[in-house]
Design a protein around this ligand. Structure first.
Ligand SMILES: C[S@@+](CC[C@H](N)C(=O)[O-])C[C@H]1O[C@@H](n2cnc3c(N)ncnc32)[C@H](O)[C@@H]1O
Length: 220
């Protein structure tokens, strides 16, 4: 296994891996591989946009074993589970009760996942639970996904933290070319005082998706 620039993320034969926090357990049918007595879980870029973004070259320097993460749009926990292999705590927000059932099961096995049944449109509702974080990740395919991201970053991201927005361009406008939508989103983020550090399109893993890495704005 070869270490990558992200602590806790490894590469072998072009595939990504994280070290399995719960030995012998799979979360979504991923393959397990033991090398030198360490069990790794294969991280599928077709199932996780974060894995796709990392393979496309996004560099996140606030992900490590001490970091705290706020995750918006946790679903049943596919990507959350890999972050749980890497970081100290993940506050996983999801508003579907159906998905939350599975996420709760996952959190029983992985104690660093804190599931929160809430609508990310109302970030003040989880203020008593979520601390300031080193990494804020959002994967919500809603028309107002940028507003949700800005509000949460404003409230929770440390000034030296990083925010990663997974933009689904088709959720914003099907008629406009994706590149134009992404440029408009970048402008909107900058207008709110945040620097966009990196941008990657997620093809061939996900079409109509781009990842935008943002730095905290010094408010927190
Ligand atoms: C594309 S899926 C996320 C997949 C997940 N990130 C993964 O990689 O495993 C989007 C999720 O966001 C949730 N969602 C959408 N709008 C939301 C909101 N306003 N607040 C919280 N969750 C939301 C949906 O219920 C859905 O589970």
């Amino acid at each position: 296994m070869q270490a990558t620039e992200i602590e806790g993320v490894f590469k072998r034969n072009g595939r990504l891996y994280t070290i399995n926090l719960c030995k012998g357990m799979r979360v979504y049918g991923e393959s397990l591989k033991t090398v030198d007595g360490v069990e790794y879980r294969s991280w599928n870029p077709y199932r996780s946009k974060l894995a796709a973004a990392i393979l496309k070259g996004i560099k996140i320097d606030t992900l490590n074993k001490n970091s705290k993460v706020l995750y918006l749009g946790a679903a049943t926990g596919t990507t959350v589970s890999h972050l749980s292999d890497i970081v100290s705590e993940i506050y996983a927000v999801e508003y579907s009760a159906f998905a939350m059932k599975k996420l709760l099961e996952l959190a029983k096995k992985r104690s660093n996942i804190i599931p929160i049944l809430a609508d990310a449109n109302h970030p003040h509702r989880y203020l008593s639970i979520v601390p300031k974080v080193d990494f804020l990740y959002q994967d919500i395919s809603q028309r107002n996904q940028v507003d949700i991201f800005i509000e949460n970053v404003d409230m929770y991201l440390k000034s030296d933290g990083r925010g990663l927005l997974m933009v689904k361009t088709r959720s914003i406008d099907v008629a406009l070319p994706p590149e134009k939508i992404v440029v408009e989103i970048e402008e909107e983020i900058r207008k709110h005082g945040f620097n966009v550090l990196q941008k990657k399109y997620l093809k061939p893993y996900e079409k109509d998706h781009a990842a935008l890495l943002v730095e905290g704005n010094g408010n927190i």
